[in-house]
Design a protein around this ligand. Structure first.
Ligand code: AMP
Ligand code: MG
Length: 396
């Protein structure tokens, strides 16, 4: 059995970049940049006023109040073309170009305009309320590193440089194969002894949220031949295969054998983790295989801690594994002897920092309780955590 950290390292090591494609900027949210994005012009492209007010020569305002002659206007998109001289001011709007000769802007609130003149009530120092050309980015500066996730927070960068398309990593195609003779599709009423397959939808949703293209295959029964056939079909047109179920030691747990029979090499198959010990990880050339446990909480947690890292690494994200924060435990947490626990918890931000309270749950099948959690708390193997003690908290 290996630790979660070792497993994450191996997954990262075995994940290959998928290559890149150019896509429309409008479709790029959630995608990962393939190349560093350099400024192709200065930002701002001209000395820009930060305020509505008057562009002035700062030394003219040293002994204010002072009256200056208004010689024109500089509005957003239409700057004043002349040059400002001593004793003069130009009416200016936010976002407008500061005229030549001016070296400060006084805001409207500190002025009174009468006729063709403006009284500046307070002195302004040189540079005040001006964002000089190139102050935010000089042409050539890297504004977004390769391997950055495009979000509403940073998409303005390629937009402002006029990129119609952007080079991003290809989306991993992920086959999801639910296994288990007890499963029926969600749209069917389960007959006696059967249950609906919920894992497929969960995993597909996770995949979509991190840029992958999920492809849910029909349910495979607990039959090795059927499973091998499903895996071989999936292998033809996917970059990653996820199965759920059939990874324990029961008579009908055939996932590991099926991976091997379809030609994959097993890299690990047990992790010191709770929930989720049996996770089979295999590879055949660049195709990765994850055999996740069938229990819904185990499947979700192991996806979150491991498969996610593979999907993100394939797209070039550097730190693909979740980074923990620290908080304190709102209840004692009992450790498992040999396995690191990742227990569903409710974490709150308080004036004393993060406080994490484990949810009451019935174990790794209990996805109903899981819905209350917004974090996992890490309980290291063999180390009970007391009330109030420091814990690692991973937000979901
Ligand atoms: P297994 O890993 O095959 O031993 O399954 C463990 C538990 O998870 C069993 O109670 C299964 O019925 C349940 N399970 C397996 N696959 C799914 C699935 N796709 N959706 C919901 N529950 C499942
Ligand atoms: Mg099963």
């Amino acid at each position: 059995m290996i630790s979660v950290q070792e497993a994450q390292k191996i997954v990262h090591r075995e994940s290959r970049l998928l290559g890149t494609e150019n896509i429309a900027l409008e479709a790029a949210i959630g995608r990962i940049t393939a190349k560093a994005l350099k400024a192709n012009s200065d930002i701002p492209p001209f000395d820009r006023s930060q305020m509505d007010g008057y562009a002035v020569i700062s030394s003219d305002t040293a002994s204010s109040p002072v009256s200056l002659t208004i010689v024109g206007e500089s509005s957003a998109g239409r700057g004043y073309s002349g040059r400002l001289r001593h004793g003069q001011a130009v009416r200016i709007m936010t976002g407008a170009r500061v005229p030549e000769g001016a070296d400060a802007v006084q805001q409207l609130e500190a002025t009174i305009e009468t006729g063709g003149a403006v009284t500046i009530l307070q002195a302004v120092e040189r540079g005040k309320f001006i964002v000089p050309r190139g102050a935010e980015a000089k042409r050539g500066r890297v504004c977004l590193a390769a391997g950055s996730v495009l979000t509403p927070w940073n998409i303005a960068i390629p937009a402002t440089f006029g990129l119609k398309t952007i080079e991003v990593s290809k989306r991993p195609r992920v086959a999801i194969i639910p296994t288990g003779s007890e499963l029926v599709p969600i749209y069917r009423k389960p007959p006696k002894d059967k249950i609906r397959d919920s894992n497929s939808l969960v995993l597909a949703a996770f995949c979509k949220s991190i840029g992958a293209l999920p492809n849910v295959l029909p349910i495979a029964s607990d039959d090795e031949t059927a499973l091998v056939a499903a895996i071989k079909t999936a292998a033809k047109s996917n970059d990653l295969i996820i199965t759920t179920g059939g990874v324990s030691v029961g008579k009908y747990d055939r996932t590991r054998a099926a991976f091997e029979k379809s030609g994959a090499e097993i890299i690990f198959e047990r992790i010191r983790i709770k929930p989720g010990k049996p996770v089979v990880f295999a590879r055949k050339k660049n195709l990765l295989y994850f055999g996740l446990p069938g229990n819904p909480v185990s499947a979700a947690v192991t996806f979150f801690l491991l498969v996610r890292a593979a999907i993100l690494s394939m797209q070039g994200l550097k730190s693909a594994s979740p980074t923990p924060a620290f908080g304190s435990a709102a209840a004692p947490l009992k450790a498992t002897k040999e396995r690191d626990g990742f227990l569903p918890a409710k974490a709150r931000f308080t004036d004393k920092g993060i406080i994490a309270e484990p949810i009451k749950w019935k174990g790794s099948s209990d996805f109903i309780s899981l819905a209350e959690a917004n974090a996992l708390v890490h309980v290291p193997a063999g180390k009970n955590i007391n009330f109030g003690e420091k814990v690692e908290v991973i937000f979901l």
